[in-house]
Design a protein around this ligand. Structure first.
Ligand SMILES: [Zn+2]
Length: 100
């Protein structure tokens, strides 16, 4: 929250636009738009710096090192048994992997 506060504190307030009483005013729209975009930039910048991001599907929160070794074991077996008439079970493994 301190990060966001610091970023927001660098924005100059468009005081004239914020104090304008004219509800149909067009002359301050550019400065209000600029102010809005600056706030959005700050929010995005703060989130990029503070929210961990992981690609979707890359890592499951429940995945364990044991599952890594089991997965590798399955892949190795798939490669070793590639001369089998059917690789049906490999497809089944991949289908299961997609489900979990
Ligand atoms: Zn105005």
């Amino acid at each position: 929250m301190l990060l966001l506060s610091n970023l927001l504190s660098d924005i100059s307030l468009p005081v004239d636009a914020l104090l304008c009483q004219d509800t149909l005013c067009n002359s301050h729209s550019d400065s209000l738009e600029w102010y809005y975009n600056k706030i959005i930039d700050c929010l995005l910048s703060a989130s990029r710096q503070s929210v961990p991001v992981v690609k979707t599907g890359v890592q499951k929160h429940w995945w364990t090192p044991e599952l890594d070794s089991l997965k590798q074991e399955c892949i190795d077996i798939c490669h070793l048994k590639s001369d089998w008439p059917s690789t049906e079970w490999c497809y089944k493994y991949r289908a299961i992997e997609k489900e979990i």
